[in-house]
Design a protein around this ligand. Structure first.
Ligand SMILES: NC(=O)c1ccc[n+]([C@@H]2O[C@H](COP(=O)([O-])OP(=O)(O)OC[C@H]3O[C@@H](n4cnc5c(N)ncnc54)[C@H](OP(=O)(O)O)[C@@H]3O)[C@@H](O)[C@H]2O)c1
Length: 239
């Protein structure tokens, strides 16, 4: 069994890599920085490898897609993601475009490479976000990219079912990783990367549908916010 995890050197991706290795997968870990990847490999032990690639570039994407096409992978975790915080017009356009490239373009390119070669039993996990359900002012482009990832995953779930390939949109809420900077979130709402990954493992071993919100509190929160007029939900989520 072979798995490839993007954004694997930190946070949720790192927890995915460790969990998959413990489940017996041979894992290819992908990120830009080689030092963190080498440290992770030392922790994982023998039988794993890394590919240093910037998924925001054509060159990096091509290298990972080629590996997926020829590598005999049974599981792909499209986890790498980025965000630029601030009101839309205050964020540099380049930063918003970079968010689109990593969060959307890379997900499409790598999903296409993986699914094109996938056999029955294959699994694609696309890491989305609760903000794909209800967008957050101050994270306009990020929220929109995650709505894209969730919608894409839902249709892929349907299309791939007949082939016996599972597709999951995994939607964490606030998760304690280095890129998580929100200070106004009550601690009971914050999950660890390991809890997020454990929820994915349970979803894949059971008969969950195409979209999984990783925390029961977030599921309840989204359900309640959906009862509000959209503009009230936006005001509540605004900083
Ligand atoms: N943390 C949260 O609260 C939260 C909530 C909902 C959803 N999510 C989603 O969960 C996923 C993981 O988030 P996280 O918080 O665990 O992230 P993180 O701790 O910031 O780690 C990001 C990982 O992605 C890699 N990466 C970033 N840009 C990359 C690029 N251009 N090319 C290749 N690799 C890249 C980083 O390594 P290098 O810098 O070395 O490349 C690192 O391994 C993301 O899709 C995020 O949107 C997170």
């Amino acid at each position: 069994m072979r798995a490839l995890v993007t954004g694997a050197s930190a946070g949720i991706g790192r927890a995915f890599a460790k969990s998959l290795a413990a489940q017996g997968y041979s894992v290819t870990v992908v990120a830009r920085g080689t030092e963190a990847l080498e440290m992770l490999l030392a922790e994982l032990g023998d039988g794993h490898d890394y590919l240093a690639a910037d998924l925001g570039t054509q060159e990096g994407l091509r290298a990972v897609a080629e590996r997926l096409r020829g590598g005999g992978y049974t599981l792909l975790v499209n986890n790498a993601g980025t965000a630029a915080h601030g009101d839309f017009t205050e964020v540099a356009l380049e930063a918003s475009i970079a968010t689109l490239e990593v969060n959307c373009r890379a997900v499409v390119v790598l999903a296409h490479a993986f699914l094109g070669a996938a056999a029955p039993g294959g699994v694609l996990v696309n890491v989305s976000s609760t903000l794909g359900h209800i967008p957050k002012p101050g994270l306009a482009v990020y929220s929109a990219t995650k709505a894209f990832v969730t919608a894409l995953s839902e249709t892929l779930w349907h299309e791939q079912r007949a082939r016996g390939v599972r597709v999951l949109a995994l939607c964490p809420g606030v998760t304690a990783t280095a890129s998580q900077t929100a200070t106004d979130v009550p601690p009971w709402l914050v999950q660890t990367p390991e809890q997020v990954v454990d929820r994915a493992r349970k979803a894949l071993s059971g008969g969950s549908g195409s979209v999984v919100l990783t925390s029961p509190f977030n599921r309840a929160l989204i359900a309640v916010l959906r009862l509000f007029p959209r503009r009230a939900a936006l005001a509540l989520l605004a900083d």
